[in-house]
Ligand binder design. Sequence first.
Ligand code: NAD
Length: 291
Amino acid sequence: RAKKAPGLDTETLDVARAAVIGGGVMGRGIAGLLAERGIPVVIRDLQEEIVRQALDAIRTRFEHQAEKKHQPPEVVAEKMARIWGTTLAEDLAGTDLVIEAVVEKMTVKQAVLEEIEPLLPETALFATNTSALSVSELQKSAQRPQNLGGLHFFNPAEKMPLVEVIRGEATSEQALATLFATALKLGKTPIVVADRPGFLVNRLLMAFLNEACLIVENGVDWLSLDVRATSFGLPMGPFRLIDEVGIDIGAEVGTTLSQAFTYVEKSSLLERAAEHKDLGRKSGRGFYRYQ
Ligand code: NAD
């Protein structure tokens, strides 16, 4: 069924059921948001334990929200009734929109696409939440590349207003308009961006984070740099931000951008730090310790 969204000239498709692949930092935020805004959603990850943790984290967030707004427990139950988890790819059949939020590696995203796309209806859209990888490159692995685009949420997905909607070389106008309309439905501010490494925000952001890493490699203590950065008005310093993002994700994005653009100098600090198990807030420890 097609209709036009307010402010859009192109007809959009109905998104009655969604799926999110990857129940990590971003996947759980995006899935919670969909459920909250009335779109039934299934989260798929590889292990039951991760799926359970993702659902628990979403429930806890809904409970805190209900407490703050003095809402009865039924409100939480109603939102949770729209969300469920699975480890099985087949459970994604019949969804209208799949958003992948698996690790930031092209090969993994290609494998996920190749596994899931054949299970979906012909009209289903597939969106990638990649931070910096090429949507057009991913489209080369698709059977229906016209149905694929980027829907790049920011962390935390439930709070950050901006969503980058990425037009790959083959993305159809209808797919683009539907992704745009979905972001609006989720209460976000979508902007359409070209398919260039890092799109708009991460291209700007990584230059800043790379520079912070270089300063540390030049001998400045990371903590004092982080503290000083907040004193000139940033909500958090670069290293707390890297912890929130995940050191592994930061390292991958830095590599993608340094291959595409010539930096003054590329720091290797994040790649070296990503070899350890402490990857930031999600691991309980990164530059800072959590809990
Ligand atoms: P994460 O490491 O927290 O979570 C990734 C999840 O994907 C893990 O739970 C992992 O088990 C799962 N996974 C891996 N392979 C899978 C597969 N084949 N099928 C199903 N699940 C699989 O990572 P994240 O921070 O949530 O990032 C996910 C994506 O979102 C990346 O592309 C990243 O660049 C992007 N992103 C991240 C941020 C951020 O701040 N962390 C912001 C915007 C976009």
